[in-house]
Structures are given as C-alpha cells and as structure tokens.
Design a protein around this ligand. Structure first.
Ligand SMILES: [Zn+2]
Length: 190
C-alpha cells in the first residue's frame, strides 16, 4: 500500500497550513490525473457512491472491521453523494468531493468523523469544525486548481479546472488572504 494511505493512527490534528500545502504538493505529483477509483484502490480506501440530500457532499470515516483472524482493523471509507450541489444549485464533481474527504481521512479529528456521519448534531458540530472544513476545501483546491492566473475570475477558474465555482471562489479568497500567495501557490505546484 502506498505511503499516502490514510490510517487511523497516523492522523494529526490540528495541522498547519504549510503542512496541507506540502501534502497537496506531494500528492499531486504522485496521483496526477489518476482517476479517483484508482487512487482509492492504491491507498486502500473503500470508495462508495450513493445519492442523498444535495447539500451533503459526502463523508469520510474509518470503519471498524474484524478480519478472519479476529484482528480489528480500521478501513478508510469515502462516501460520495452523486447528487451533491452547491447552495447555488451547481453540481459538484466527484473528484472535488473525493479530495475534500481525503483530507478528512488524512487529518481531521475523530470528532469530525462523528459529526460527518451523525445527522442530528450536524449543524452545531459543523460550526465547531468550520476550520477543518476550510482546510479540507484548501486541500481540494490545491489538488485541483493548478494556478490562479492574474485577472482570472472564479468562474473562469472553475471552467478551466473543472471544479465548482464555490471551490474556485474559496481558492481566490484564500489567495487574497495571504501575502505573496500567488507566488506561494505557484511554488507549491511546480
Ligand atoms: Zn468536510
């Protein structure tokens, strides 16, 4: 199994922004344009697709599994909601959902797993974990948006990189929030 295979024991949280950047840089180099089903296969992720309420993109968690030799293992699972749309009704591609959830597998806390799978307290816990959500979006943006060109609108980025306008807007906001970010952004993608 590849070194990037998410495992329950290797997860770290909180994580620094520079670590997200570094992880994304290495993963981009390794995965390139590999289809998500192949990425899941080579990292040991059980990838499932289902259709659910459009507001939910998907979720990630570790499934407790007892094997034939009675050894407990935690299998990383990513569920993709094929009906996911942004609040503006724009469909969100599977690859975008996948990398968002991939971040959660790599770095989000156990509580986050719970919130992502537990319907009841979803809204409250989501607010508490807003930071992790932002970071998951940062990660997805870094994986899918190769660069932010001067003068380019979010719509143009979305079209060029085949991502939702929401993710492109997130990337633009992140870019303008940090000094020298265009340079940084390019630096990590070379
Ligand atoms: Zn999330």
């Amino acid at each position: 199994m590849h070194q990037w295979a998410p495992s329950k024991s290797s997860r770290q949280t909180p994580i620094r922004r520079t670590t997200i950047d570094e992880a994304a840089r290495q993963l981009r180099r390794f995965f390139g344009t590999m289809p998500i089903d192949e990425i899941a296969e080579c990292t040991g992720i059980y990838l499932k697709r289902d259709s659910g309420p459009s507001a939910t993109g998907g979720f990630a968690h570790f499934l407790r599994h007892r094997d034939d030799e009675n050894i407990v293992r935690y299998v990383p699972v990513i569920m993709i909601n094929t009906q996911h749309r942004t609040e503006h009704g724009e469909p969100v591609g599977e690859r975008e959902i996948f990398f968002h959830e991939f971040y959660h597998l790599l770095h989000s806390s156990v509580e986050n797993d719970f919130l992502l799978s537990g319907e009841e307290s979803l809204i409250t816990l989501r607010a508490m974990h807003a930071q992790e959500e932002r970071r998951a979006q940062d990660f997805a943006a870094r994986m899918l948006i190769d660069e932010i060109r001067a003068g380019e609108t979010a719509r143009e980025i979305a079209w060029r990189c085949d991502v939702s306008t929401r993710l492109a807007e997130h990337a633009c906001r992140a870019a303008s929030a940090h000094d020298n970010v265009t340079r940084d952004w390019r630096a990590i993608l070379t």
